[in-house]
Ligand binder design. Structure first.
Ligand code: PLP
Length: 431
């Protein structure tokens, strides 16, 4: 074995090795949790069962000549050499490997927030004068980034389309379109994107296909349906404790490597770096992700069924009444359900407020708060909160009414008690 040129080569491993069953090399395990389990366990520095937190922002080398080598990309984390925390950190990279396995991509990188992941990935694909086709229903922050920020600051224009209409998607492409962008399950309308068909449209026109999979980790594996880049806000289901803001970008090696380029790389130059302490926390919660998602889904389905029995206008992709129910059954990995998110249209902003206030203050059913994927149930009126960046016309087009309440189903308490609370809340608002 060659003499190490850096101080540390932990366990002699290459930290950026591809997941064992990468898509290119054959048949990856279909199940995301099986893929996660198939990669090497990341032990702590002294053989601890948990990953170590490497807190250093800078790393030493044994020979002065090694630094330019790392700077020029001739040597680096693949050989166990680290340089500076904004570039690479062993703890963050260990989490990235796990997320790459989860999403069946060769590589991944973690960021300080979901928005950091989204903006860095988009700017890696597009430059001034380029054009994006995007779903008309997206998280409000992403919508604002595409609608206003990128067009004003970078001259990158976006056309928003109903992605359930393939003809409209095709018509929206121009010779300058570099990117098709969607959420796999849309926030907050819960429409499911037909990923294979959208991937074909994008690839036939030489564009990249980016999918935000924040609402459906484990449930949908967008890479297996043609996505080039899969993004998560780790802040939500993947971390699951509502105590960390974080994100990730899962993609092939060249795409991620390009983001680290010293001269034009968006990760290198915009610096949306994840703190290693956050990486450690997220990594310790990843092993329970499959269990949590199953329970979120089971509870959300029960909530949706009870609301449907009450005659409510409830939207949940696991209900046969959902327009994309059959599509989700085709796309979804078995055994993780249809996700933890549902919406109910209570008819007006006032009624939506009464519904949420009763459920929080009289029943202790859940909390009025934005975000999702927490152990407790969270409720928000999307038009007045997480989609408030959208103008009235865009809200109407996307089907986001003022009475629409988004519910992220938690898993605390007895389900039977929660269902009774939910029913009382609905009757209090609508009775
Ligand atoms: N993507 C989706 C679907 C979201 O719902 C959100 C936030 O709510 C984000 C991205 C942004 O994530 P973050 O808040 O971690 O930046």
């Amino acid at each position: 074995m060659a003499e190490p040129s850096c101080r540390v080569v932990r366990h002699g491993t290459t930290l950026m090795s591809p997941v064992p069953s990468s898509i290119e090399s054959g048949v990856p395990p279909r199940d995301p949790i099986a893929r996660l389990a198939a990669i090497r366990h990341e032990f702590g520095e002294h053989g601890g069962v948990n990953l170590s937190i490497e807190t250093s922002s800078t790393f030493t080398v044994l020979e002065a000549g090694r630094l330019p080598d790392i700077f020029q990309g001739r040597s680096g984390p693949r050989g166990g050499c680290f340089l500076y925390g904004r570039h690479f950190n062993p703890t963050v990279m260990a989490l990235s490997r796990q997320l790459a396995a989860l999403e069946a991509t060769d590589h991944a990188t973690c960021t300080s927030s979901g928005m950091a992941a989204i903006s860095a990935a988009i700017l890696s694909c597009c430059t001034t004068g380029d054009h994006i086709v995007a779903a008309s229903t997206l998280y409000g922050g992403t919508w604002a980034l595409l609608h206003e920020f990128l067009s004003q600051k970078a001259g990158i224009e976006t056309t928003f389309v109903d992605i359930a209409d393939p003809d409209a998607v095709e018509r929206a492409f121009t010779p300058r379109t570099r990117l098709l962008y969607t959420e796999s399950i849309a926030n907050p309308t819960l429409r499911v994107a037909n990923l294979p068909s959208l991937a074909t449209i994008a690839h036939d026109r030489g564009a990249r296909f980016i999918v935000d999979n924040t609402f459906s980790p484990c449930i949908i594996s967008p890479r297996l349906h043609g996505a080039d880049v899969v993004i998560h806000s780790l802040t939500k289901f993947i971390n699951g404790a509502s105590d960390i803001v974080a994100g990730c970008i899962c993609a092939d090696g060249p795409f991620i490597d390009g983001m680290y380029d010293l001269h034009v790389g968006t990760l290198m130059l915009l610096g949306p770096t994840m703190d290693p302490r956050a990486a450690y926390e997220v990594a310790t919660r990843l092993p329970s992700l499959g269990l949590r998602i199953r329970e979120h889904s089971r509870r959300a389905l029960s909530f949706a069924q009870r609301l449907e029995q009450l005659g409510a206008r409830v939207v949940y992709p696991g209900l046969p009444s959902h327009p994309d129910h059959a599509l989700l059954e085709r796309l979804a990995n078995p055994d993780y359900g249809a996700g933890g998110m549902l919406t109910v249209d209570i008819g007006s902003a006032d009624r939506a407020s009464r519904f949420m206030e009763h459920l929080q203050n009289a029943e202790d059913f859940g909390y009025m708060a934005v975000s999702l994927g927490f152990s407790e149930t969270l409720m928000s009126a999307s038009a007045a909160s997480t989609s408030s960046e959208m103008d009235d016309e865009s809200l109407a087009k996307a089907g986001i009414s003022r009475g629409l309440v988004r519910i992220s189903a938690g898993y605390t308490g007895r389900l039977e008690d929660r269902l009774d609370q939910l029913e009382r809340g609905y009757r209090a608002a609508c009775g």
